[in-house]
Design a protein around this ligand. Structure first.
Ligand SMILES: O=C(O)CCC(=O)C(=O)O
Ligand SMILES: [Fe+2]
Length: 389
């Protein structure tokens, strides 16, 4: 697709600038605390109980919002309990992810390959795409396999304006190569229903969280409501294979997904309990002025939330769009003996605003004078996706 408009050109510049920013933020990162600094002294990912955020009392909701603000101004990551996504929806989507990656053969998966789709919907082969441009080398291929889908009016049962949905390029979705692509129902009959149930619930949770984000920025709770009437929301199934016995014997690690920030407002991540997600925490005195990689805690039953680039832009950098990656490492006992390695499955949901809306600076009283220009939400996400292949 030609990039002819001035607006698109400036979006390409933004994507380029983001690559440079990623490089500079990664420079000098350490993976172990400096000598004499114990792990427990370093910041971690807070757990926020969402129960009171569903209360009818605004003060209760504001109290949860202030915990969100604290997390977003420090690590940019937090985990949530009592999020109202049902256990059945969670178990079913993980089960269907395993069926997708293991029960379809290579030809069946290839028919769904993202190369057939202009919007990157469908199947991603392991080792094929990379989120960090500096990982595009044979020694650092990402091991993850994926399946991506986006918003469809039928997946948003509670919206009254779902039919206004436009795609990443601002156009109405039109088959066959500019909308979702699903495995044949006869091969995986329970796949789409499991996706639909989870997606409807996670979308509703994202809208709820966006109101809490508004409160956390001292804005009206409904401040962002008009931007999420038919929002972009890409869902993804990811599979990280276990390590081979050879890798285990050498205690080596394998890059699952390269270092990156997410593109949209925020991400809601569901994962199985095998660790692997690593977060780049900001530099501090304790870390000798260097950013530090730390494992994201595994807290079964919770979802992990991370701030992404739109929120970073809206808040003028007050909220961190945090760099993260997935690395498969051998599991070891306390004495260092290798115990083995497990597969990891995850289901990120990337919550955007309506793709035809602009990401515009927030009121100055909330975040000061903005250093960022307006962006068309969908165009930006599309260019970031194009930069991964
Ligand atoms: O699989 C994970 O745990 C993280 C996935 C992720 O960061 C992404 O897809 O952007
Ligand atoms: Fe991510």
């Amino acid at each position: 697709m030609p990039h002819s408009t001035t607006e698109t050109l400036s979006i390409l510049d933004e994507v380029k600038a983001n690559k440079q920013l990623l490089r500079s933020r990664l420079a000098g990162a350490i993976s172990e605390p400096p000598p004499g600094v114990v792990e427990s002294a370093l910041p971690s990912v807070p757990l926020i109980d969402l129960r009171n955020s569903f209360s009818n009392d605004l003060l209760d909701r504001k109290e949860v919002a202030s915990q969100i603000r604290e997390a977003c101004t420090t690590s940019g990551f937090f985990q949530i309990s009592n999020h109202q996504i049902t256990e059945t929806a969670i178990n079913d989507i993980i089960t269907q992810a395993a069926h997708f990656f293991h029960d379809l053969d290579a030809t069946q998966k290839d028919a769904l390959h993202i190369r057939h789709n202009q919007l990157f919907r469908g199947y991603e082969v392991g080792g094929d795409t990379y989120v960090n441009p500096d990982d595009n080398s044979p020694s650092e291929v990402e091991t993850k396999e994926g399946f991506n889908w986006g918003y469809e009016p039928s997946l948003d049962p509670t919206s009254t304006s779902a039919d206004s949905y436009v795609e990443l390029d601002g156009q109405k979705p039109s088959p066959p190569d500019r909308c979702n692509t699903w495995p044949d129902e006869s091969l995986l009959p329970d796949f789409k229903p499991a996706i639909a149930t989870y997606y409807a619930q996670v979308l509703s949770l994202a809208r709820h969280l966006f109101r809490l984000f508004a409160l956390s920025l001292n804005l009206e709770e409904t401040h962002f409501d008009h931007l999420m009437t038919h929002p972009g929301g890409i869902g993804r199934l990811l599979y990280y294979p276990p390590q081979s016995s050879d890798q285990l014997a050498h205690k080596s690690h394998k890059l699952g997904l390269g270092a990156h920030t997410d593109y949209e407002c925020f991400t809601l991540l569901l994962s199985t309990s095998h660790p692997g997600l690593e977060i780049l925490f900001p530099a501090s005195e304790l870390t000798g002025g260097k950013p530090i990689w730390r494992q994201c805690p595994v807290r079964p039953g919770t979802l992990t939330v991370n701030v992404a680039d739109f929120l970073m832009r809206w808040t003028n950098g007050l909220y961190q769009s945090t760099i993260h990656r997935v690395v498969s490492r051998p599991m070891t006992d306390a004495d260092g003996t290798v115990k083995g390695s497990e597969a990891r499955y995850s289901v990120p949901f990337f919550f955007s605003i309506n793709y035809d809306a602009d990401v515009q600076p927030l009121p100055e009283h909330a975040v000061g004078v903005s250093k960022f220009q307006n962006l068309k939400a969908g165009e930006y996400v599309l260019e970031r996706l194009r930069a991964t292949v």
